[in-house]
Write a protein that binds this ligand. Structure first.
Ligand code: ADP
Ligand code: ZN
Ligand code: ZN
Length: 792
């Protein structure tokens, strides 16, 4: 007899353990480690993942229930990914299942239902069989021998309706007949016109995607009724979609590497040849040719018959990167990012799984690309906070990359112009090997950068948000037919509304934060919970009609720019790019040089490489500096350096202007002089003094509840538990209110644990997590544990 250890797909702490099932005889040898299976669980059948197979169990084998069936022909998880899931579940204090289902594409999560298909008469028998195979798989495994099962499995996998003749070969006639429903449209539909209409619609299609049915006005109720009555059925159909299908990629030829690039490439290649799982920091200024090094290293990996994983912060923002990869490696490239539908992601995942693509380019979750022979892992812009997931499991992609690099014995490259302090500190101690690219590859120099002191500007009479220096520089570019990129890290029109008579500022009723004014739809909007209200003429507090708006967002700047220069402006922020494909559409207009100015929030700071861009302006360099976060300086330095790097990347030389009220602050002045080393040293002093990362590790605990007293009581309890558990070299800060104390009517209090080394930390974290999981269920009080948090 054979038994399988299965992690079941139930997102609950009580079942955060492994369950044992018997493998039915016909499935022995077919079900492997990593298989997705359907298993009985209580009264239901649910999906699970086989993480081990063994010959015996420690308890009465006759009590063990059998697996119903396998859900795929091949296992979906490799042994590596199973071990990795375990590691992440332990490290980030999460249920095993939630990590497993993060590793896999969402389409595989539980039996996803993407399409609706008809039980037509011609294929009714097949459809019946199909239904049997989906719901009564137990019977199926009993009545079929292993050979027959093999024939049917592809059918189950693809969801195709198989021909009647084929069906006879594989299934038991009697069983299929017994299940055949008796259709009586008269009785079944009564006055259900909409259902009949849907039936008619379906008759002309092989299948229709559920999402399209919703768009066409068929409710879930209508669809489900039809399914319940046995006239239609939801199934998975594999449709290959290529989101880049109709795109023309302009050619990008390999360059002859310059001396710095060549040295870096040589060191990386040497590690690859020795199967050395070492980590490199590729520290290169913007435009120094880091990407060219990645491309050539990947080429070498492919030539050796291996695979490559390339992570970028957010692909939708960097279409040029995709272009370069597609142009060099063609169909070998799978692209994974958040802008794809579940189905599209699944297609890309399958390309990798089936060996049709050997290069994966994608955002955070593509670090789980199911390759089995990885030759290199590259994380571009390693300092970006998007590499840490903010929902559970709160994993960091670089942590995962390190695990995979050591499993595959391949090098890991962390590339950036502005390393995170943690990474640079490790390179300083030679934990990582640092490779430097100090010259721009395609142009002679870095742009000329200067700081404009806005306080002074106001004193000398210019009250506009655009300084006279910036105004002149923009006008220059327009006159010369060149382009300008402007950064303002704040969307909306005005920041807030204020009553000039009593000073009242309308706040969100659910959060402790003021509402932002959006002019296009004349509303006040909460950027935290989405609360929206119409703007009123009178102050809600005192009734005065002397209300005005303060502060400036991108929407307003767009208006000002159009007015000031009489030109067209492309604006990119969360409001203009919400719809799918809008990023690209807007960037295309700018790329074609139809528009002289691109204005946007930080989404424009990365990756853009346009030859005509010779001016970059930062309208308010201080927005990030004022965040209540110990990394505020670091983030300011990084953002300014990144966006400045968009200027003068080709023949034309560039100019950069930072507008600020903190013209002496080192995060701004050292970015102006492009002096990373000096910034690093200065910032490290602060971190050492304030005892923050990289000198200490952090865990952030946040309790939240509608009831503020419960919050405080829980925070005290967590504090007490931690105090008892950690050594006295650890530091516990708080409890204190979170920077925004209330969001969405939930009060939030936090405790920060800082430590250098704590051998038993994981035990107390798991214990706290479980304790508060119970309380969450009973009384809505929750504890969030963030290991290595990005924001504190
Ligand atoms: P980074 O990734 O460091 O920002 P890129 O790899 O994008 O830099 O290079 C910046 C520009 O320089 C690109 O237009 C690229 O094609 C070009 N480039 C890179 N390496 C070379 C080289 N060795 N010779 C000529 N041009 C190069
Ligand atoms: Zn008022
Ligand atoms: Zn709100």
């Amino acid at each position: 007899m054979k038994f399988a250890s299965v992690i079941v797909s139930v997102s609950s702490k009580e079942v955060n353990r492994i369950f044992e099932y018997k493998i039915p005889d016909p499935l022995i040898g077919i079900i492997k480690i990593g298989h997705r299976v359907l298993v009985p669980f209580g009264p239901r059948n649910i999906q699970g993942y086989v993480v081990n197979i063994k010959d015996s169990v420690d308890f009465d084998a006759s009590k063990i229930r059998p697996i119903n069936r396998a859900l795929d022909i091949e296992p979906v998880l490799t042994r590596e990914l199973i071990m990795l899931a375990k590691h992440l579940a332990d490290y980030y204090i999460d249920p095993y299942i939630s990590v497993i289902e993060t590793i896999l594409p969402a389409a595989l999560k539980s039996q996803s239902e993407k399409v609706l298909t008809l039980h037509s008469d011609a294929s009714k028998e097949a459809a019946d069989f199909f239904k049997a195979s989906h719901s009564g798989g137990k019977v199926l495994t009993k009545k079929l021998d292993a050979e027959a099962l093999k024939g049917i499995k592809p059918f189950i996998d693809s969801g195709d309706i198989i021909e009647e003749t084929e069906l006879k070969q594989h299934t038991n006639k009697k069983y299929a007949r017994a299940l055949k429903p008796t259709f009586q449209p008269g009785r079944d539909f009564g006055r259900a016109v909409k259902q009949l209409e849907l039936l008619d619609y379906l008759e002309n299609h092989e299948y229709i995607e559920l999402s399209r049915l919703h768009e066409d006005g068929y409710s879930s109720h209508t669809i489900n009724e039809l399914v319940k009555k046995g006239y239609a059925e939801k199934i998975d159909v594999v449709i290959e979609r290529d989101p880049y299908e109709n795109r023309v990629f302009f050619e990008d030829k390999p360059k002859i590497l310059n001396q710095d690039q060549d040295y870096a490439f040589g060191r990386i290649q040497d590690a690859m040849d020795r199967s050395d799982p070492k980590t490199f920091l590729l520290h290169g200024i913007t435009g120094s040719g880091k990407t060219e090094v990645y491309l050539q290293a990947i080429k070498a990996v492919l030539d050796k018959g291996q695979e490559a994983i390339m992570l970028v912060p957010e692909i939708a923002l960097t279409p040029q990167m995709v272009n370069r990869f597609k142009s060099r490696f063609g169909d070998e490239v799978a692209v994974l990012h958040s802008g794809l539908s579940h189905g599209e992601k699944y297609d890309e995942w399958r390309k990798i799984k089936e060996g049709r693509a050997r290069v994966s380019v994608g955002a955070r979750s593509s670090i789980f690309a199911p390759f089995e022979n990885v030759g290199i892992i590259i994380v571009d812009e390693e300092h970006e906070t998007t590499y840490k997931q903010t929902d559970r499991p709160m994993y960091h992609a670089v942590e995962v990359a390190k695990y995979r690099s050591s499993f595959h014995k391949c090098p890991l490259i962390l590339g950036t112009a502005t390393p995170s302090l943690e990474t640079y500190a490790r390179s300083d101690k030679s934990v990582y090997e640092r490779l430097e690219l100090n010259m721009r590859a395609a142009s002679n120099t870095l742009p000329d950068t200067r700081i404009v002191d806005m306080a002074k500007e106001h004193r000398t009479g210019n009250t506009s948000v655009i300084s006279s220096a910036l105004k002149e520089a923009i006008q220059d570019r327009i006159d010369r037919g060149e382009q300008t990129v402007l950064l303002l890290n704040r969307r909306g029109y005005a920041n807030f509304q204020i009553c000039q008579s009593c000073g009242d500022v309308p706040n969100c009723p659910n959060c402790d934060i003021s509402l932002t004014y959006h002019k296009s739809n004349h509303t006040l909007l909460c950027h935290y919970c989405g609360y929206e209200e119409e703007v009123k003429r009178e102050c809600a507090a005192c009734g005065s009609d002397d209300v005005t708006f303060r502060g400036t967002g991108t929407e307003k700047i767009e208006e000002i720019l159009r007015d000031m220069f009489q030109v067209d402006v492309v604006r990119m922020d969360n409001d203009t790019t919400r719809r799918k494909g809008m990023h690209e559409k807007l960037l295309n207009r700018f790329e074609k040089e139809e528009v002289p100015i691109l204005l946007g929030t930080q989404m424009i700071a990365k990756g853009l490489d346009y030859p005509k861009v010779t001016l970059v302006g930062v309208l308010n360099a201080d927005t990030m500096l004022n965040l209540p976060d110990f990394r505020a300086n670091e983030k300011t330095f990084q953002l300014l350096t990144q966006v400045a790097g968009r200027a003068g990347r080709h023949e034309l030389s560039g100019e950069v202007i930072f507008q600020t009220y903190n013209s002496e602050h080192y995060a701004i002045t050292l970015s102006e002089s492009n002096d990373y080393q000096a910034f690093y040293e200065k910032e490290m002093e602060f971190r050492r003094f304030a005892r923050y990362s990289p000198f200490y590790f952090h865990v952030l605990f946040t309790v939240s509840s509608e009831d503020v007293r419960k919050c405080l009581e829980a925070a005290a309890h967590v504090h007490e538990k931690l105090t008892a558990a950690v050594s006295d070299t650890a530091i516990i800060v708080g409890p204190s209110p979170s920077p925004i104390e209330r969001i969405n009517n939930q009060h939030r209090f936090q405790i920060l644990l800082k430590y250098k080394r704590e051998p038993d930390l994981s035990a107390v974290l798991h214990e706290l997590d479980e304790f508060y999981y119970e309380r969450y269920k009973k009384e809505g009080l929750s504890l969030r544990i963030d290991v290595d948090p990005q924001y504190i």
